[in-house]
Ligand binder design. Structure first.
Ligand SMILES: Cc1ncc(COP(=O)(O)O)c(C=O)c1O
Length: 400
């Protein structure tokens, strides 16, 4: 008998963690490795947020809290949704979970029955399909193309929907492509969804504040108010406030769904860390000015990486609207021979030969469901990015 459950056997170990582990192994062997695989800001958590956490400890805010979040944090989230997204959620319409990832997981566990389908556009963030498997559902992939800026077209959405579709997952700006949707593009998707009342929308807005060239952020519940009653608007403090380790994510949605998610939490994780919740109150209610300054730094890094990758023979790198990832095509490298003598057949070969030859760790596109591409995270200094992109150029030029 297998140790793993039937659901777990369908789950792949995280490919991004696997790449980082391989890179660390090579570094331990003394190789000079640049890791561009991790998805977290290199900036530190702001001091006012750290101080709020210290105060929470000193004030004894160290006990169990309400399962899905303290009222003070829910109030801060309510204000954030109003201020930044024009969305009105009551306190009974807000969920706080231990990270953005558990928000999604709790929503799937709360709502999916065997055979229920979740439409996931490709390329996708690696966790969506596996979370659906864990919750007993079936992912259905809806392809996008680089030509369409990796944005789901209404026709592709229509084609993916069946009577068993329970959710559509939207992620803008996207991990891994950095692509973001305009309000108009979301409206066109909403027009499809209006015809399919069984389909709910889970919008992952985690990278809301990492948008460049003044690209205006839009989220579907605001753009299409008629979908408000079947949309879960998810967000979190991990990326915008450089708080990945604190584990606070949140969402606004219909009260019955929020109640069902709290029921899942009540018998699994219980509340998110009390101290982190008080830190998140400060993050969402304190000064917000640094967010724009950091986004500016990310924009400069994006421009550097896009420009250098487009000078590498065989690569073609679109300029994404947001997040801190680029998703270049490596179609021009397929069929070429690496210095090791290996003929490159897949984007996985590109990533592994690049790591071997030049010590640059990237994640192959197959991990995100769209090949032949790879993902680079540019959440590191310009100096390191210049070095890494120089090595990638050298690698591409060395192929014959
Ligand atoms: C698109 C997307 N959603 C959600 C998350 C999860 O965020 P958290 O660290 O808060 O669980 C990530 C983290 O990488 C992400 O890239």
């Amino acid at each position: 008998m297998s140790l793993e459950s039937a659901a777990l056997r369908r789950v792949k170990p995280s490919p991004t963690i696997a790449v980082s582990a391989k890179a660390r192994e090579l570094a331990r062997e003394g190789r000079d490795i640049i890791g561009l695989a991790a998805g977290e800001p290199d900036f530190d958590t702001p001091d006012n947020v750290k101080e709020a956490a210290i105060r929470a400890i000193q004030d004894g805010k160290t006990k169990y809290t309400d399962v899905d979040g303290i009222p003070e944090l829910k109030a801060a989230i309510r204000a954030k949704f109003k201020r930044e997204n024009g969305l009105d959620y009551g306190l009974d319409q807000i969920n706080v979970s231990p990270g953005g990832k558990p928000v999604l997981y709790n929503a799937f566990v709360a709502t999916l029955s065997p055979g229920d389908e979740v439409v996931i556009p490709t390329p996708y963030w690696v966790s969506y399909p596996d979370m659906v498997y864990l919750a007993g559902g079936e992912p259905v992939f809806a392809p996008t193309t680089a030509q369409d800026g990796f944005r789901l077209k209404p026709e592709a959405l229509e084609a993916a929907i069946t009577p068993r579709t329970k959710w559509l997952v939207l992620n803008s700006p996207s991990n891994p492509s950095g692509a973001a949707y305009t309000a108009q593009e979301l409206r066109a998707l909403a027009d499809v969804l209006v015809r399919h009342p069984q389909v709910w929308v889970l919008t992952d807005d985690m990278y809301e504040h990492l948008l460049y060239d003044d690209f205006p952020f839009a989220t579907i519940a605001q753009v299409a108010p008629e979908l408000y009653d079947r949309t879960l608007t998810m967000n979190g403090v991990s990326k915008a406030y450089a708080m990945t380790g604190w584990r606070i994510g949140y969402a606004g949605g219909p009260a019955p769904l929020i109640k069902a998610m709290a029921k899942v939490m009540s018998q699994s994780t219980s509340n998110p860390c009390s101290i982190s919740q008080w830190a998140a109150v400060e993050a969402l209610s304190g000064p917000q000015g640094f967010i724009k300054a950091r986004a500016k730094a990310f924009q400069a890094r994006r421009d550097l990486v896009v420009s250098m990758l487009n000078q590498a023979p065989g690569l073609s790198c679109p300029r994404p609207e947001g997040a801190f990832y680029v998703y270049p095509s490596c179609a021009g490298l397929i069929g070429k021979t690496a210095p090791t003598g290996k003929v490159i057949q897949t984007d996985e070969d590109v990533a592994s030969e690049l790591l071997q030859a030049e010590g640059v760790a990237v994640v192959h596109g197959a991990a995100f469901g769209l090949s032949p591409f790879f993902r680079i995270s540019y959440a590191t200094s310009e100096h390191v990015l210049e070095d890494a992109c120089g090595r990638i150029q050298r690698f591409c030029a060395s192929l014959s």
